[in-house]
Design a protein around this ligand. Structure first.
Ligand code: AMP
Ligand code: ZN
Length: 142
């Protein structure tokens, strides 16, 4: 069985990447619930929280901090949702452990899944801006 997030982690499927290291990858969701909708994954495959290595879960959580700050600065919005779904009954649709970071605007419905595919040009441009801002954020807090 092929896993789309493993394919992205291996570089055999495209993604609008914002951050990458040996353990982790952060990229923009292709069906954004809001502009700036980001996903963080461990590169190592596990289906969900029930089987993921705690060190991968901890690394995802740690990376969410500078990414949240950068999203707040670059995308804005009134708040930020941090979501993590496990198994279909909880709404999970891609069975490779991941965390969502979703900017939220006051009054907008609290969706985790977008209905429309994002525009590739806009996603590419935003990924580049976020990536640049993240580098600066990480350097400033190192
Ligand atoms: P979840 O429902 O928590 O499993 O979230 C999976 C997310 O992955 C959804 O928000 C999808 O829009 C997103 N998604 C699915 N395929 C891709 C892809 N190829 N690139 C980026 N995001 C994707
Ligand atoms: Zn996978």
């Amino acid at each position: 069985m092929t896993c789309i997030f493993c394919a992205i982690a291996e570089g055999s499927a495209p993604a609008h990447k914002v951050y990458e290291d040996e353990q982790l990858l952060a990229f923009l969701d292709l069906f954004p619930a809001h502009r700036g909708h980001l996903l963080i994954i461990p590169k190592r495959h596990s289906d969900d929280i029930f089987t993921a290595d705690p060190s991968d879960i901890a690394a995802v959580a740690r990376l969410s901090v500078p990414l949240a700050r950068v999203l707040d600065r670059v995308v804005g919005g009134d708040g930020l949702g941090v979501h993590q779904l496990n198994r279909a009954a909880a709404g999970q649709t891609v069975f490779h452990y991941h965390m969502h970071l979703i900017p939220q605007t006051e009054g907008r419905p609290l969706n985790i899944h977008g209905r429309a595919r994002g525009d590739d040009g806009e996603l590419a441009e935003l990924a580049q801006s976020l990536s640049r801002a993240l580098k600066a954020e990480m350097e400033a807090t190192a």
